[in-house]
Design a protein around this ligand. Sequence first.
Ligand code: PMP
Length: 431
Amino acid sequence: MNIETSKSLFQEAEQHIVGGVNSPSRAYKGVGGGTPIYMKKGEGSRFIDVDDNKYIDYLGAYGPIITGHAHPHITDAIKKAAESGVLYGTPTSLENVFAKKLKNAIPSLDKVRFVNSGTEAVMTTIRVARAYTGRNKIIKFAGCYHGHSDLVLVAAGSGPATLGTPDSAGIPAAIAEDVITVPFNDISSFQKALEQYGDEIAGVLVEPIVGNFGIVEPKEGFLQQVNDFAHEAGALVIYDEVITAFRFTYGSAQQLLGVEPDMTAMGKIIGGGLPIGAYGGRADIMEQVAPLGPAYQAGTMSGNPASMAAGIACLEVLEQPGTYEHLDRLGALLEDGIKNSASSYGIDVQVNRLGGALTLFFTDKEVENYKDAENTDGEKFASFFKSMLSKGVNLAPSKYEAWFLTTAHREEDIHKTLEAVDQTFAEMTGK
Ligand code: PMP
């Protein structure tokens, strides 16, 4: 495959943009590096790169692109918004329309606030939880990613309920000490953390269905117990639904699982591909936020008309009957095909799938928490990723990420993908 133009663009980018990319994973850090492919056009489930190679896309821009690239309804909404001016710095009626649409879809949201990224949304929920409870510490789960704000870029130590250490330079140790990290799906570690720090905990932050060490569902009853124990300790429960909101159902993971948090952070899909974040929750908690309350949060770009229009249009597409059935049906085809192919070549894999999102792990053991995901074979994944890319299938470049289907994917895409999977497994095993 000729990727000469991508190569020269990346060389040029390295002169001007730090690391050549504007987000680290795009430099294929998770698969040992390489030349990132520069795409020039997306349409539906497909991409064309700058050397005119074609790809089926499962990256979905790390989640937001659930209706496929350049969906006409969303594109029209963005064009219309742009023609009327992209930013006013005043409220617009689109914000009301969108807020009501989100509230109708997710009942735990009494009040919402729009921001510009998932990072901002999560960061602010923590500030609000601290303001509401008058406490400082948070509990998070190992391996869950919640954006790049100081408090959540904290890694676990080795024990079951460990005080954090900064996962990045530039984060003071004192900040990390306010974060307690426990393993996902391990309720006894969570209880231990509460026993030790309960009256200092402002909030418990969790991806209700994990997307950041692969798709990992909570064990039966786990989230309800997290809720109950957190509330007993006087802490708020914050769901990070930046990946999961509108991913598996028209609404959120909390509805799918029948559990309700105090606050929810969102992003990705709700912007229809434009920059967005949102957070919301119980009215008495949200009223901590300025101008009503003492917790400050603001944004020049927040609620901008283009992001609002794109988000509304995206939800209009998703609320059509059959959307999530389609994603689930194609997801099941993909899962079955990968598993059959792997077993015919004697390769151990686990496919963690929910609806139209899945993660392929190279391991013979179930993956229920971050440690399990860490222990899967990253080298095998890297070879798999590179081979699939060379065969025209664009996956996320990390063993921890998900494949995202879109409403634009068709059975033909799945069949082509499974042919590439089969050829790749043949090459990997020399059969
Ligand atoms: N929370 C979760 C669960 C995420 O997956 C991400 C991004 N991958 C974020 C927060 C941060 O969102 P953003 O990149 O829009 O800041």
